[in-house]
Design a protein around this ligand. Structure first.
Ligand SMILES: Cc1ncc(COP(=O)(O)O)c(C=O)c1O
Length: 364
């Protein structure tokens, strides 16, 4: 391309034109004001567990060396933990990294990737980078995946379908019989990715574990992360469980040495500290119930979240609501014109949010 100065600049792929930028959850302000809590990124508010911290610190002492590229110890641990063959597991730099590898493995220019919308905001970005076309199927009025419409949107160009269960940012989850009926409609040469980033927070027994569904379906892949329940968001580690051909494709598309040894060792230690970690998840689920019930009592409509956040559809009041939260000391995640996603945080943070919601409700 030629600039006004007459200099030429590198030619970039036109697929990148107009790509939406990923908006990270805003950071909480530091300073003299009231304590600011970050409820904008669906993180785990608890600090790392002591045993996990020690393993990570020990690994940090050797960061002059490259990590184990095959993530061997972690994959062996995961295989045992979930009762799946080691060959079915592939790791990556967060589950978003693995999601990108899944697209790179299946779709390119001229292909189509289907997902519900609104859903996880990385889907349109990683799809567009690949050159494939996004086919966004609107959520139903009840904020659910419209699985019938998604199945009807499949064409002979469809290569991959994301099913976000529970859905980010609405929190509601798909029930077993609905998901099975959908999977039965998907042609066996189309990959279905069950994105279960929030799996550990599900308490509705009608929501299936994707690992049950992938076993006899070679076109189903389950995506999981250590970022949410396990509290390792800053270490960037996630994984997929998929049949051998898909898992092998993920190993081919992985960034070499992309998962640090610190992340690998912390993930192994986390799996071994599961009881303590899951107690924390239970406490967050308790807070989720308290927050949702508080909002319902105030008169809000709130989807039945099975994740570590709640969703308020505020339409054109979204930005005002987020500003009111921030002024009170909690940073939430607004999707302008649509709604606000609020992560479940420390009890005090949740209390502040509930107080803001109560005041705001009176104005509506
Ligand atoms: C549905 C969903 N999938 C995947 C991710 C990516 O998480 P990570 O890359 O930290 O594993 C997120 C994070 O917010 C998410 O909400």
């Amino acid at each position: 391309m030629t600039q006004e100065s007459g200099e030429t600049t590198p030619r970039l792929r036109s697929a990148l034109d107009g790509i939406p930028t990923y908006k990270p959850g805003k950071r909480a302000a530091a300073g003299d004001g009231p304590t600011a809590y970050k409820l904008s990124s669906n993180e785990n508010p608890y600090p790392p567990l002591p045993g996990v911290m020690e393993q990570a610190a020990a690994a940090a002492a050797a960061f002059n060396r490259y990590p184990d590229m095959a993530c061997g110890e972690l994959i062996a641990e995961l295989a045992e933990h979930f009762g799946v063959p080691a060959e079915h597991i592939a790791t990556g730099t967060g589950s978003v990294g693995v999601a990108q590898q899944l697209i790179q493995s299946t779709a390119g220019p001229g292909d189509e990737v289907i997902y519900a919308w609104r859903s996880f905001e990385a889907y349109p970005i990683i799809t567009q980078i690949s050159g494939a076309k996004s086919v966004q199927v609107p959520l139903t009025d009840g904020e659910d995946h419209n699985l019938d419409a998604m199945a009807s949107a499949i064409t002979d160009r469809t290569r991959l379908i994301f099913v976000c269960n529970p859905n980010n940012p609405t929190g509601n989850a798909i029930h077993r019989e609905d998901l099975v009926r959908f999977l039965d409609r998907v042609p066996s040469d189309v990959l279905v990715v069950l994105d279960e980033a929030y799996r550990e927070f599900i308490r509705d027994e009608a929501v299936p574990d994707g690992l049950e569904l992938y076993r006899d379906r070679p076109n189903v892949c389950v995506l999981r992360t250590f970022s949410k329940a396990y509290g390792l968001a800053g270490l960037r580690i996630g994984f997929a469980v998929a049949h051998e051909r898909v898992a092998a494709a993920l190993r081919k598309t992985a960034v070499p040495f992309g998962v640090s040894q610190i992340a690998q060792d912390a993930a192994v230690a986390s799996l071994r500290s599961e009881t303590a970690l899951l107690e924390r998840v239970e406490a967050l689920v308790g807070e989720r119930t308290r927050v949702r019930e508080g909002l319902l009592a105030q008169g809000w409509t709130v989807p039945d979240s099975q994740a570590n956040f709640v969703w308020l559809r505020l339409g054109d009041r979204t930005v005002d609501f987020a500003a009111a939260c921030e002024a009170a000391g909690v940073v939430v995640r607004p999707f302008a014109g649509e709604g606000v996603r609020v992560s479940i945080g420390e009890t005090e943070a949740n209390d502040i949010f509930l107080r803001v919601a109560e005041e705001f409700r009176k104005e509506l």
